[in-house]
Write a protein that binds this ligand. Structure first.
Ligand code: SME
Length: 159
């Protein structure tokens, strides 16, 4: 059952083990879609506070949903609005403690209350996608989640 975040020390350990496991699994293929699907499966099942876990890919000028787990999500995000577009625009990770306080947050599911989004870059450093996670509780994420997710996002287009 999806619920409380783990205490920080356990969360650090959990992210570290997921990272190690993904490094090994990613040896099978460099294909970004396969890697995204694998990362999402592991993250979503190993982290109890992850209610929605997935990628949005920048395709042309749209953010289009990629591999995800959790409730049904928006297929295309309205241009320029919401947390995922803010991550792209500001070129940085976004940690939103309460989505109701984020002016143009896009609510794909009304149960989502906090959110973290990190950029996914290719070899040249260009953002190709974002990794987005929602929780049902306000303030469910910390800097540990941001760092853990960013290290995983960096593996997608990595060697
Ligand atoms: N809340 C996101 C949209 C994607 S859903 O969280 C799955 C946003 O504001 O960009």
């Amino acid at each position: 059952m999806k619920s409380q975040p783990l205490p920080a020390a356990r969360l650090v350990g959990r992210f570290s083990r997921i990272h190690t496991q993904l490094c090994e699994l990613f040896q099978k293929t460099p294909d970004p879609t396969a890697r995204m699907a694998t990362a999402v499966a592991l993250l979503h099942h190993k982290l109890p506070h992850f209610f929605w876990t997935g990628f949005y890919r920048l395709i042309g000028e749209d953010l289009i949903v990629g591999p995800y787990q959790g409730p049904l999500a928006c297929s295309v995000l309205q241009r320029g609005k919401g947390v995922c577009w803010a991550c792209l625009r500001e070129d940085r990770a976004m940690l939103v403690a309460d989505v109701h306080q984020f002016p143009d947050h896009i609510a794909c599911d009304a149960r989502s209350r906090s959110e973290v989004v990190v950029p996914v870059r290719d070899h040249r450093g260009c953002i190709q996608a974002v990794l987005d996670v929602d929780a049902t509780r306000p303030n469910a994420f910390s800097a540990v989640d941001v760092e853990g997710l960013q290290r995983i996002a960096d593996l997608i287009w990595g060697g």
